[in-house]
Design a protein around this ligand. Structure first.
Ligand SMILES: [Zn+2]
Length: 150
C-alpha cells in the first residue's frame, strides 16, 4: 500500500512535468506555425471550421485569464480544463492526506462532455457561418500571448 502511494505520487509529479513540457512545446509549435503563415488546411480547402479551429486562440486566451474569450474561441478547452483541474485538485489533496482515492482515474461520466462540446460547437459555428454569414472566430480579437507576438 505504501509503495503504491509513493509510486502514485511520483507518477503525479511526472505527469505534471510532462504536461508542462507538452504545453511549452505546443506553444512553441503554434508560434512557429503562425510565423510561417500556416493556416488550418480544412478551413482553407472547404471554407468551414474544423472541429479543432480556435483551439490555439482559446489556449492563449486561457493563459491570459480571459475565460469568456477562451470559451468563445473553443469551449471544449475550458470544459476540459475544468474537468482536469477538478480531478487534479482532488487527487492532490488525496495524495497529501496519504490516501489513494481517485487513483483509478477520472470519472468517465464527465469525459463525454469534451467531444460533445467540441463537435457541437463545430457544427454550430459552421451553421452560423454558412447560413447567416456570422463568423464567430472573426468576432473575437486575436489574442496574443506576449505583447508584440501574434
Ligand atoms: Zn481548423
Amino acid at each position: 500500500m505504501k509503495d503504491r502511494l509513493v509510486s502514485l505520487k511520483k507518477t503525479f509529479v511526472l505527469l505534471h512535468l510532462a504536461a508542462a513540457a507538452a504545453l511549452v512545446l505546443f506553444l512553441w509549435a503554434a508560434r512557429l506555425a503562425e510565423a510561417l503563415g500556416m493556416r488550418c488546411l480544412f478551413r482553407e480547402f472547404f471554407g468551414l471550421y474544423c472541429p479543432g479551429c480556435g483551439g490555439t486562440r482559446a489556449l492563449y486566451a486561457l493563459l491570459q485569464g480571459r475565460l469568456l474569450a477562451a470559451f468563445l474561441y473553443y469551449p471544449a478547452l475550458p470544459v476540459t480544463v475544468v474537468i482536469l483541474l477538478s480531478y487534479d485538485v482532488r487527487m492532490l489533496l488525496s495524495l497529501l492526506r496519504g490516501q489513494m482515492r481517485y487513483a483509478d482515474g477520472i470519472d468517465r461520466r464527465w469525459l463525454w462532455l469534451i467531444p460533445a462540446v467540441m463537435l457541437g460547437y463545430a457544427v454550430l459555428r459552421n451553421v452560423l457561418l454558412w447560413c447567416f454569414g456570422l463568423d464567430v472566430l472573426a468576432l473575437c480579437p486575436l489574442p496574443t500571448l506576449l505583447p508584440g507576438v501574434v
